[in-house]
Design a protein around this ligand. Structure first.
Ligand code: G
Ligand code: G
Ligand code: G
Ligand code: MN
Ligand code: NA
Length: 254
């Protein structure tokens, strides 16, 4: 049986799980929110990594249905964490371009908020740069209407792909997530350090927030704090965790 065929039944068989990786506010040192990351544990066989099954889900269109489950689950989890005493907790969800093209994306997102009771300002949608090259499907309009309702948008893996910087002005974007490749190599040369500082400077002059991804050690965190990154995410604080472990992470006293 092909992976595509197995994926087709994975939702009904409840084989997906949504993990959460904390995002830390460099100013306060506290958890500001989390990125939701999809995990697939087939009933038979080993776990399948998202970089293997997400492209198949995109090519077959199954990402529309999977993505609907992800955004609902993420909103429910965020509301649950808020109700445990973290009223400002925000969740970030990865969204594929395909989800904007088929399947009533705006309705799906607003419905997930309504069903969960999560307020829109606590939902962030992470987009990749390639999405901004699309001219069809009124993607800028869809983003603009959702942003007007209070949902925020970020550019994931910023700097890794084809950065048409003009698009940063054309789309309603609030945050740049600096690709982890820049963070891993930040101390390899003065130029690499300068690149990270330049991205943060660009973001600041455009009024955008920054999240540094792939922060694995204290030295990197200290430098990012010094050069003005807003948030950090990475193994230094935690890998992506199942919801119960995540709740222990944010509320250790419970
Ligand atoms: O990233 P790491 O190797 O720690 O992943 C192990 C995690 O995977 C554990 O936290 C465990 O809860 C989770 N896990 C393992 N098997 C399954 C499974 O069949 N279903 C779900 N939902 N989670 C699983
Ligand atoms: O979670 P890492 O641990 O393996 O994620 C690998 C890749 O899969 C990342 O590029 C991430 O953006 C993507 N990914 C993880 N979860 C989702 C999801 O729910 N939807 C989409 N579209 N991509 C996801
Ligand atoms: O959505 P995105 O492409 O940004 O997915 C982030 C990926 O990076 C996921 O696969 C996640 O598990 C992984 N990741 C998160 N933190 C770290 C880290 O500190 N180091 C490394 N090597 N990978 C990380
Ligand atoms: Mn992401
Ligand atoms: Na990324």
């Amino acid at each position: 049986v092909s992976m595509a065929a197995k994926l087709k039944t994975a939702i009904e068989k409840n084989e997906f799980s949504l993990y959460l990786q904390p995002k830390i506010d460099f100013k306060t040192g506290k958890v500001r929110g989390a990125e939701a990351l999809l995990r697939w544990f087939p009933d038979k066989g080993p776990p399948v990594r998202p970089d293997l099954f997400i492209p198949i889900a995109e090519n077959t269109g199954m990402i529309v249905e999977i993505g609907e489950w992800v955004v609902r689950e993420a909103c429910l989890m965020a509301k649950r964490i808020q109700d445990l005493g973290h009223p400002d907790f925000a969740v970030a969800v990865n969204v594929s371009a395909v989800q904007f093209k088929h399947g009533n994306f705006e309705h799906i997102v607003l419905d997930a908020l309504y069903v969960s009771g999560l307020e829109p300002q606590f939902l962030e949608l992470e987009l990749t740069e390639s999405l901004f090259l699309e001219d069809e499907y009124d993607i800028a309009g869809q983003i603009g209407r959702l942003a007007a309702k209070g949902i925020s948008f970020s550019v994931d893996d910023f700097g890794k792909g084809y950065s048409n910087l003009g698009n940063l002005g054309r789309f309603d974007i609030k945050t740049l997530k600096i690709d982890q490749g820049f963070i891993f190599t930040m101390f390899d040369s003065p130029k690499n350090t300068a690149l990270v500082e330049a991205i943060i400077g660009l973001a600041k002059s455009l009024g955008l927030c920054t999240v540094a991804e792939g922060v694995e050690d204290e030295k990197t965190a200290a430098k990012l704090r010094e050069v003005g990154a807003d948030y950090g995410q990475g193994y230094l604080w935690s890998k992506p965790l199942p919801i119960d472990e995540f709740i222990d992470f944010v509320s250790p006293a419970r």
